[in-house]
Each structure stands twice: as C-alpha cells, then as structure tokens.
Design a protein around this ligand. Structure first.
Ligand code: UDP
Length: 251
C-alpha cells in the first residue's frame, strides 16, 4: 500500500522481513535503486518546490520518517502506518551488506565523524566500509562546491565498487546528490539518504532515548539538545500536520 502527501508517494512496510525482501530485491537487481525517508520538513519543502517533489517521486522506496508524517496518515486515512527512521534503515542495510559480503560507501559527514562511524561498523565480519567524500561541502542543488572534491569523491566510490551508498548530507542535498549520481556507479544497487546517521554512529549526536521515540517525542529531545532548531521544529510539528491533513492536492 502507498499514500500521497503533497503529491509525494509514501510506501508502507509493516515488518523488517518486508524491508529485507524489498532491499534484497534491489541488491539482486541490475540498476541503482533510490531510497528516501521523507519527514515533515522534506514534505513541506516538496509542497513549495516542484523540482524537489519530482526528485522525491523518483524513489524506488519512500518510507515515512517522523511522527508527524504517520500522524497525518492516521488522521487522514484512518489507519496506523509504521515509521522508519533513516538511521534504522541505514543500520539494517549495513548489516545486510555484511551478511552478503558487500561493500558500503559513506558519503558526507564531517571528516572525523564519517571515519569514526565507519570504524564502528568495520568490526562486523564480512563487511567492507569505505569513506568517500567526508567533509565535502555540497550545494543545495546536490553538486560539490569544489570540482576537484567531486572528482575525488566519485573516483573513490568507483574504485571501491560498493553495492550500497549511504549519503549523509542532510535534506535536500542528499536526495539531490543521489539523483545527480544515480547512473554514475555501475556497481551500486542502493543509494539512500541517511541525514545525520554518521553523527549518531560516531557518538557526536545522541539519538533520543527509547521512551521519547516510543511516544513520538523525538522532536522534543532534538529541541533540548539543539534549541536553534526551534523554527524548524515548529514547522514540522504544527504547520506540517495542519497543512497536510487539509491538503486537497492528493485527491
Ligand atoms: N553535511 C555534509 N556536507 C554538507 C552539508 C551537510 O557532509 O554540505 C552533513 C553534516 O556533516 C551532517 C549531515 O550532513 O553529518 C546531516 O546534516 P543535518 O543535521 O543538517 O541533517 P538532518 O539530520 O537534519 O537531516
């Protein structure tokens, strides 16, 4: 099943087994598949930016991230939908790569952050992790600010020949980076935007404790740690649900 918010399709998966079956299909396929996890901020941007909405619509799998999104689905469609934080899907994919003996590339994150995140995963037997493009500055359109960094990054990915690329550039840069590079790497079967996942794995940004996550209060935790995010959080928790519940473009 799938639903639409501001014209962006959101797929529904209920179980990790379903996630495994879809992503294994991607890895066994013969092209690069894109996974995005739209949250309220991403969907609000898509509402006023048609080109970005097109980028999101190009996803092979788009799963809802953020309590606001699943709340809107419940209020509008009357059913409960599972939320899939990008960092959890990313961790699932890294473990799947280890089982299959595949290589994963990390793109984005501050240099020491991406390296520390990679070092944590490298202890998994069977897994190879390469860090490509750590510390690279990417513009809003998804291109690297400095051409030589772009070449370094793409060369590093090509020579490592990964099956999976985790792109931690934050939205909207990561989705645009993925779209720009969708056909650039013959070995890659899955590219996914993972936001601040490297920061969490490196320990430089703490994920909300389980109780906050269960209650859908991850945003409150984030606010306590990073008060400058207040305007973004108000948009996500107040403006987004109101606009999305009463939106008529999806009918
Ligand atoms: N980032 C990057 N290059 C850029 C912009 C951001 O590598 O040009 C990285 C940043 O270091 C962080 C990640 O993107 O690790 C996510 O940034 P942000 O916190 O804005 O994303 P969110 O978690 O809110 O999606």
């Amino acid at each position: 099943m799938a639903s639409l918010i501001f014209g962006v399709r959101l797929d529904e998966l209920e179980t990790v087994d379903q996630l495994r079956s879809v992503t294994t299909g991607f890895l066994d396929g013969d092209r690069t598949c894109r996974i995005f996890t739209p949250n309220p901020e991403i969907l609000l941007r898509a509402r006023s930016d048609a080109a970005y909405a097109d980028v999101l619509r190009s996803a092979d799998l788009a799963l809802p991230d953020g309590t606001g999104v699943t709340l809107v689905q419940t209020l509008r469609d009357g059913r409960t939908v599972r939320r899939w934080p990008g960092v959890e899907i990313a961790a699932f994919l890294v473990r799947l790569a280890a089982e299959r003996g595949e290589t994963v590339a990390f793109v984005g994150g501050a240099p020491d952050v991406a390296e520390r995140a990679a070092a944590r995963w490298r202890t998994l037997p069977g897994l190879k992790v390469v860090v490509a493009g750590a510390g690279v500055e990417v513009d809003e359109d998804g291109s690297a600010r400095h051409a030589e960094r772009e070449d370094e990054m793409t060369d590093a990915i090509r020579s490592a020949a990964p099956a999976i690329v985790l792109v931690g550039l934050g939205a909207p840069k990561q989705e645009r980076w993925i779209t720009r590079h969708a056909d650039a790497f013959p070995s890659v079967r899955v590219m996914i935007g993972v936001g601040g996942a490297f920061d969490m794995w490196a320990g430089s940004r703490r994920r909300a404790p389980r109780a906050f996550r269960t209650l859908g209060l991850e945003w409150l935790w984030r606010l306590a740690l990073e008060p400058r995010r207040l305007p973004r959080i108000i948009r996500a928790t107040v403006a987004f649900p109101v606009l999305a519940v009463f939106d008529r473009t999806d009918e």
